[in-house]
Design a binder for this molecule. Structure first.
Ligand code: URA
Length: 186
């Protein structure tokens, strides 16, 4: 089993797909290995690609506010993406790109071994929960896969585009915090 640091070094050298040719930085993910809850986004955007850290742009700012509203911080979570390199013009990752890259995410999950996995948006949910996942219909529902409790909510960027999604996202974050208190806080 790799350590997170070893895995990060491997991912930083990855040349498996054409996204590696256009990236500025690999965005591996962040958070302490002992954290019990993992959030999964889609892929780096412009700002993340520039500095090599996840969720640092406008969507990231909103994400931090949502965490704060349920009394969590980045120190409590691990955060990563389905693809580690920015898709050009922030397009959705292609199926082939996600398939290639998700192997690294699987390793991250193995190493961190979280109790809760939160999919941020449809791309993460389709890759992690089920292929035909419908974010408007299936968000806010708990799924169990092996030992993992998995839920999906709206991607913060989707909430920035459509403020009507805020209310449902808030309900989801409260449910996530309740589950966290129940199974992660000892
Ligand atoms: N959107 C994502 O899905 N991931 C990031 O890291 C930033 C924006």
């Amino acid at each position: 089993m790799y350590s997170l640091k070893e895995l990060e070094e491997i991912v930083k050298r990855c040349r498996r797909c054409p996204l590696s040719e256009t990236r500025t930085n690999v965005v591996f993910g962040e958070g302490d290995v002992s954290n019990r809850i993992m959030f999964i986004g889609e892929g780096p955007g412009y700002n993340e690609d520039k500095i090599g850290r996840p969720f640092v742009g406008r969507a990231g700012e909103l994400f931090d506010k949502m965490l704060k509203a349920v009394e969590l911080t980045r120190d409590d979570i691990y955060i990563a993406n389905i693809v580690k390199c920015r898709p050009p013009n922030n397009r959705n990752p292609l199926e082939e790109e996600s398939k290639n890259c998700i192997e690294f995410l699987r390793w991250q999950v193995k190493i961190i071994d979280p109790d809760i996995i939160v999919c941020l948006g449809a791309v993460a949910a389709k890759n992690i929960i089920q292929k035909d996942f419908r974010i408007t219909k299936n968000r806010g529902i708990w799924y169990s896969k092996g030992k993992f409790n998995i839920i999906a909510t709206y991607h913060p960027a989707a909430i920035l585009r459509d403020a009507d999604k805020k209310k449902d996202a808030w309900e989801d974050f409260k449910a996530i915090k309740n589950m966290y208190n129940k199974i992660c806080v000892t």
